[in-house]
Design a protein around this ligand. Structure first.
Ligand SMILES: Nc1nc2c(ncn2[C@@H]2O[C@H](COP(=O)(O)OP(=O)(O)OP(=O)(O)O)[C@@H](O)[C@H]2O)c(=O)[nH]1
Ligand SMILES: [Mg+2]
Length: 376
């Protein structure tokens, strides 16, 4: 309940910011991309709608609602499945299956997942091919569409790489630019992912709905990074994350991290590895950086566990949740090794670091959308 309140708060603030700046929700580049995709989508043999597995409904790509389901074959790929809990994700797949949608969970960084997605695409292409099975020149085009930052380009690269290797294709690999910042891809580009039949995927720029989404959806798009952090202060976004985290059971997994001795053992192990190895300075520095990063993640988890488990308020109450979040911001200063010259700057830094850990899956697995109520 309290988490929803925080979400609405940042969703409303973002809408207010758009209204006060009289900024258009979509810039002219996005309008142009929308028009270019609309022009080509009906020429594609198949469309893979890429969504973020953490927000299976909120990351829906509205452009597809303009076309009747018979316009093209369609697959919903719930990407970033490594950031979502496995069992609720299965329920979402069941939800899509009951609606006669072909869906699959995928992690663009996992080769086995990519092989599965590739064979799903190949099976669908084979169905489309029908009587043309013997035609070696048969070519299918698969368009990847979706809102920003859901991983269209990462999936394109992975499908291109795996597809070409399994088809023993020679020649240089092409590369789509992948970035944690939304709005990276500006043009439609084609990548070969299979031979006999020839299959090409089109990586496309993000398409956002023409209308500003409602505040609940907007807040989830901001939290997951589908929309940049420019509409609301990072601290407010991080507070929303903490409200979600504090209302979940994730922190319980970190109970054993509260034993400080673990750190000493961990530190001794790294020092031993560094002194006994024949590594050069650059490699040693990398180990130290990784080690520091690991220690920070452990300290942050431990801090979250300790602040929640020692809190005596009722987290269903908004003012109690607010008190806990304020306490956590103070405690996280030490965990993130942030100096406190100016409290406002320190909180902004902590917020940025916390959001980075959440968005890369190091603070637990979440699905932020709820399955519609009438569905089991
Ligand atoms: N954890 C995780 N991160 C992913 C996955 N797929 C992509 N990412 C990350 O998500 C971010 C966005 O990926 P992109 O492929 O650039 O997303 P996009 O949909 O092409 O984004 P735009 O071009 O801006 O529309 C990058 O930091 C990727 O490394 C995934 O399956 N799991
Ligand atoms: Mg892209």
């Amino acid at each position: 309940m309290a988490a929803r309140h925080w979400g609405r708060r940042i969703g409303t603030a973002a809408k207010e910011e758009l209204r006060s700046k009289k900024e258009s929700w979509r810039d002219s580049l996005m309008d142009a991309a929308y028009a270019a995709i609309a022009q080509r989508i009906l020429l594609a043999d198949m469309v893979v709608e890429v969504r973020d597995a953490r927000i299976p409904l909120s990351s829906q790509c509205q452009i597809l609602a303009n076309y009747p389901p018979s316009s093209f074959k369609q697959i919903i790929a719930l990407n970033k499945m490594d950031l979502a809990p496995a069992s609720p994700l299965k329920e979402w797949m069941e939800y899509f299956r009951e609606r006669n949608c072909i869906s699959c969970g995928v992690n663009a960084h996992n080769k086995d997942n990519i092989k599965q997605l590739l064979s799903l695409i190949q099976r669908q292409v084979s169905e489309l091919r029908g009587a043309n099975q013997c035609d070696n020149n048969y070519t299918a085009t698969v368009m990847l569409v979706g809102i920003s930052n859901v991983g269209k380009s990462a999936l394109t690269n992975a499908l291109h790489q795996v597809g070409r290797i399994s088809a023993s294709e020679k020649g240089k690999l092409k590369h789509a630019t992948v970035s944690p910042e939304p709005g990276e891809t500006k043009d439609i580009r084609s990548f070969k992912i299979g031979s006999h039949p020839n299959i090409y995927v089109l990586d496309t720029p993000a398409i956002m709905s023409p209308k500003v989404p409602n505040v609940d959806v907007l807040s989830k798009l901001i939290l997951t990074g589908a929309i940049g952090d420019c509409l609301v202060r990072r601290k407010e976004v991080a507070q929303y994350f903490l409200a979600i985290h504090n209302s979940s059971e994730q922190y319980k997994k970190w109970e054993k991290l509260s034993i400080k001795d673990n750190d000493r053992l961990f530190h001794n192990d790294t020092t031993e590895r560094l002194t006994s190895s024949g590594l050069n300075r650059k490699q040693k520095n990398q180990i130290l950086t990784d080690h520091t990063q690991d220690c920070i993640v452990r300290d942050v988890r431990r801090t979250l566990f300790e602040t929640i488990s020692s809190f005596e308020g009722d987290l269903r109450r908004e003012d109690d949740m607010e008190a806990l979040i304020a306490r956590q911001f103070t405690a996280l200063q030490e965990a993130f090794r942030v100096s406190i010259e100016c409290e406002e700057d320190a909180h902004d830094k902590i917020a940025g670091k916390l959001l980075n850990l959440f968005r890369t899956g190091r603070l637990g697995h979440y699905i932020l959308d709820h399955l519609p109520r009438n569905v089991q």
